[in-house]
Each structure stands twice: as C-alpha cells, then as structure tokens.
Design a protein around this ligand. Structure first.
Ligand code: SF4
Length: 492
C-alpha cells in the first residue's frame, strides 16, 4: 500500500527544527515522543483560536461531511462543493492518489480568478517559515491532481491578521524524501544538537542514544556539517575525536550552506579541548577571563518570546539586580509588561526610568548580561519606542556580556551547551522553583495576561519575577564562581 504524504508530514520535517530523523520516528516510533509541553499546548490553542476567528469572517463557509478518516469520501464531497461553486469551503479534503499526497487546507475561497487556497498560521512573517510555503504548495499539487486544474493563488492569514500571498515552489523532492524516511528500515543517522533538539519531542530518546554512543555531536563546537565529515572519516566517538591532531582537524573541510569551509586552528583547538573535558568530566581553565572592575554592577536580564508566533509583546519582562558593591545585599527590580502596544511601550519606559535611577545613584556601572539577547533587544526597543533621555544608549554602552568575556574566553566546561541554565547548574547554583525556563515563562506570562482574579495575577507575577530574579542571581553566582576558578580556588 502506498504511503500518503500530508502537510503535517512536511511540518514534521522542518519544525521545531529541520530534522530527517524526526520524520522516521514520528511515523514509526511515535511512542518515543514526550507529551506536548505547556508551550506546545498554548500554541495549539492559539492556532485554533486564530483559525476560528478567521472562519467567523466567512458566515457563508461550508464544510464537507464524510466519515472520519475517509479521505476519498472527503475529497469527493469537496469536489461536489467545488463544482457547486460554493464561495468558501472550510477544511476541504484534497487527495491526489497519483502523487501520494493529501491535505486539508483551512480555507478554499472562490475568487474571480479561480480558487484560492488559504491557511491560517500563527507566524508573523514567512521569512523563517519555509515549511509553510511547502505545505501550501503541497495543497496546490493535491488540488490540481484531484480536480484537474490548478488553484489561482496560495495565501496565508498570518498571526497578526494580514493576508499574504505564498509562491508556488518545487515540492516533489521533499515529498520523495519524506516518503523514503517514513519507509526507512532503521532510525536514520542524525546529528543531535542542543538548540536543534531543545524543543523536539524526541530529545529524550535521541540525546540518550547520543550519550550512550559517545557521539561527537554532543561536543560543543561540533556542528552538524562537521559531525557528518567526522563520522564518514571513522571518527564516530568523542574519544576518537579527542585523539585527533589539532593541525589535521584545523585543515578539515566541512559543509556550510553550499560551500566547504576549513575548521580553522582556533576552532579545532576549542573542539579538542571540549572533547577532553567531556571525557574527564572536569572543567579546564585555559586563559585569563576578562575581569570586571571591583565595585557596583548590575545584572540585567530580559524575558522575551523566542518565537514570533505569540510575539505581540516581544520583551515582556525587564529585570535588574543591582549589586552596590559595598557588601550590602543586592536589590532586585522587575517589571512585567501589560498587554498590547501600550503595555509594550510602558514596559520599556519603566525599564529606562529604573535604569536612569541606578545610573544617577551609582554612576556608569557595568550592566552585566548573559549572551547577546539583551543587546539585540535593547537596540530594537530604542528604535521601536525611542530613547527620550539617552538612558537606553547609556545602558547599551555599559553592557558587559559575561558569556564571551568571563566564560568562553577562559573556561571549558563538560556540558552540552554554554546556555546560562547549563552553566549555572555546573557551577552549583540552585533554583527555588521546580519548573522554569524560557518557554515555561512565556506560558506563565500568557496566563498572567488572562488571569481572572487579582490573586491569581499576583501569584503568577510572583512566579515570573522570581524566575527572572533567579536568572540575575544565577549570573552573579556564575561570575563569582568563574572568578574563584580563575584564582585557582576549588569549590568543594
Ligand atoms: S531530538 Fe534532535 S535528532 Fe532527535 S528527532 Fe528531534 S531534532 Fe532530530
């Protein structure tokens, strides 16, 4: 029996990150997937609401009736609606047996030019969503095959309500790849990656397998392209990787986009060092970190939605832990942005106001942050909402990114990622909340916006602010831990 490829299968290949193995596992070992997270469920709920809101704008919409799961019957009923020139068909069934593809687009709209296929998506633009274009094209192919003529246009109603046209692209190769992966005899070889796997339901399974196999992909610095080259050359464990000669590894060429690039001496050294500490389980200090001058400093952390789907308020929490540097207790300040554009602007202005007070009191002190997120969003908020007194620019000039300066230039740690959560854990920082993390916080923020009572709102605000405060405290902890490590002090 031939396999029918659907738009969902295309989504599986590309989301939450492009991965061929996910297609195999979803089709053959779905029991290995973790249940949907709170964030996944929130996205599903928002997606349904978005689709229903768009449906409500078409009171004349009709939906084909057919026995559940019987796509042939669904396609026949949809054909009758198409031939009957219904103006709007909701969730029509498109089945193309000769191409082994099927799809159920949200809307089929009859226009003067012909049928327009339109899907509702939470994405705010198509730039990072190549899978949407492929899904719509799959619908177009199925439509053409089923009814003998092509649709007039493909469209998406985006998360912000705008309707945008989607180009027709080549889909046959993707369909063939998905079909081959679904029918593969065994789990396809695939490089794991901390970011790539972080939101994938199969992370538990794949990461466990990679650790058991001592896969070189779990060594920070070994990207997917390099891992393919290494495994092809027989370097299929990080033990073998650690034995490579630095000069040879530096000259190794790995794919990047459609080019081959040299690994280079500095990256080669870093990878070999990283492989060594993964094997030993002990960190190495290989250079002096950049030191912050003694005295007051601020630990600065924002919470922002990492995806664009729910991004009406991108930065929804601004948090600052001020350490006066005189031995007294640091003080925390955090502000959660209210809903909508006004809330977004007000959150930014509240942050500027607080930062102004800190600078007036303590001078131009360093604003310590972790990774590039804060700089990126400060810059965007200055251009989005302005910087009336120049405080935003002052903070920008005072930003001190502890990841490259205090950690990466000096310390090599036996962890799978240099994200704050992994580094703080290695350094022994303890959180007070069992659940936390970027996506956890996005879900809590949404609950805070929708809270029915002031008590509930206060309880959620407390959780959110505690999470952000502990991010700031974790930075302080890691800074002090790194400074002790640089001075040769061993933590017990
Ligand atoms: S966990 Fe990683 S390797 Fe496994 S299927 Fe998901 S993205 Fe692919």
């Amino acid at each position: 029996m031939s396999i029918i490829i659907t738009a969902n299968d295309v989504h599986t290949l590309f989301r939450p990150s492009p991965c061929r193995r996910r297609v195999f596992l979803s089709a053959n070992r779905p029991e290995l997937a973790a249940p949907p997270t709170e964030y996944d469920r929130l996205l599903m709920r928002e997606g349904r609401e978005h689709e229903q809101a768009h449906l409500a704008t078409f009171p004349q919409a009709v939906r084909p009736r057919y026995p559940v799961g019987d796509l042939s019957a669904g396609c026949e009923t949809t054909r009758e609606l198409v031939e009957g020139n219904m103006l709007v068909i909701y969730q029509g069934v498109l089945l193309a047996p000769t191409k082994d593809i099927a799809g159920i687009p949200d809307f089929m709209l009859l226009s003067d030019e012909g049928w327009v296929i339109r899907d509702a998506k939470l994405a705010r633009n198509l730039d990072d969503h190549g899978e949407i274009t492929l899904q719509l094209t799959l619908y177009a192919d199925a439509f053409t095959d089923a009814f003998g003529f092509p649709p007039a246009a493909l469209e998406v109603v985006l998360g912000d309500g705008t309707v945008t046209t989607v180009p027709f692209v080549e889909i046959a190769q993707v369909v063939a790849e998905i079909s081959a992966l679904q029918q593969a005899g065994d789990v396809p070889d695939e490089a794991v990656g901390w970011s790539k796997c972080s939101e994938c339901g199969f992370k538990g399974f794949c990461w466990n397998e990679a650790e058991k196999a001592c896969d070189p992909a779990i060594v920070v610095g070994v990207d997917q392209g390099l891992r393919v080259v290494l495994v092809r050359a027989g370097v299929d464990t990080y033990h073998k990787l650690a034995e490579l000669d630095a000069g040879g590894l530096a000259e190794t060429r790995k794919p990047r986009g459609d080019k081959l690039v040299r690994v280079g001496p500095s990256q080669a050294q870093g990878i070999l060092r990283q492989a060594r500490v993964v094997i030993s389980g002990k960190h190495e200090m290989f250079a002096e970190p950049e030191h912050l001058p003694e005295g007051p400093r601020v630990y600065f952390d924002i919470e922002a939605d990492p995806h664009d789907e729910l991004a009406a308020n991108k930065v929804y929490l601004w948090g600052v832990l001020t350490d006066p540097g005189d031995g007294s207790q640091p003080t925390y300040w955090g502000d959660i942005a209210a809903a909508g554009r006004d809330g977004d602007r007000s959150g930014w202005l509240q942050f500027l106001d607080h930062a102004r007070g800190v600078i007036e009191q303590l001078g131009d002190i360093p604003f310590v942050h972790y990774s590039h997120y804060e700089r990126t969003w400060m810059t965007k908020y200055i251009s989005r909402w302005g910087d009336p007194d120049g405080v935003g620019e002052k903070v920008l000039e005072s930003l001190w990114d502890m990841l490259p300066k205090a950690i990466q230039r000096a310390l090599c740690l036996p962890i799978p990622s240099y994200g704050l959560k992994q580094v703080e854990q290695y350094a022994g920082f303890q959180r007070s909340q069992a659940d936390y993390g970027g996506l956890w916080s996005v879900v809590r923020y949404r609950e805070w916006l929708e809270a029915g009572t002031s008590d509930e709102r206060e309880r959620i605000a407390d959780e959110l602010l505690r999470y952000n405060r502990e991010d700031c405290e974790a930075m302080q902890w890691v800074m002090e831990w790194a400074e002790r490590a640089a001075n040769g002090v061993q933590d017990s």
